[in-house]
Write a protein that binds this ligand. Structure first.
Ligand SMILES: [Zn+2]
Ligand SMILES: [Zn+2]
Length: 152
């Protein structure tokens, strides 16, 4: 999807769901990693993580855009635009915006489990996704046994 298509969709969704015009800019921003989108108070533009459409679908993109539009419309009408405000929660609920962006592949990978073992003999460390039996599995470098260092 192009920025221009995103712009058109956002303008349309603003009319359909908020009955108000969106007359600022919205862009895909690849630098967004963990968030689905961001509304900028300074110049009222919105950034959207392109993974919200690349890894998910149009419904998901709409949920994320509607979330940012809640910040946008509340801010421009002088209301409390913060996540914790009752106005924000009510508006988000009314338009059916997403409360949280779904975890992208890169976020999931980062969040996935890391189990670290260290060889007792040569002190080499290895990272595994699953636990293994330390009495059976030995170090390929020196034949030493491993001990569990940390689980995250
Ligand atoms: Zn938000
Ligand atoms: Zn070793």
């Amino acid at each position: 999807m192009t920025n221009e298509q995103l712009q058109q969709l956002t303008e349309q969704w603003s009319k359909d769901y908020f009955h108000q015009v969106f007359n600022h800019r919205v862009y895909f921003n690849r630098r967004l990693q963990t968030t689905g989108g961001r509304y900028h108070l300074s110049d009222h533009h919105i950034d959207i993580n392109p993974k919200m459409i690349d890894e998910f679908d149009l419904d998901n993109l709409r949920g994320v855009v509607l979330h940012e539009l809640c910040h946008y419309h509340l801010h421009l009408s002088g209301q409390d635009y913060h996540h914790r405000s009752p106005e924000f929660k009510l508006l988000l609920h009314q338009v059916g915006g997403a409360r949280y962006a779904p975890a992208t592949v890169s976020v999931k990978t980062r969040q996935s489990k890391k189990i670290i073992y260290q060889c007792l003999k040569c002190h080499a460390t290895i990272i595994r996704k699953r636990h293994f039996n330390t009495s059976r599995y030995v170090c390929s470098r020196c034949g030493g046994h491993f001990k569990l260092i940390s689980t995250s």
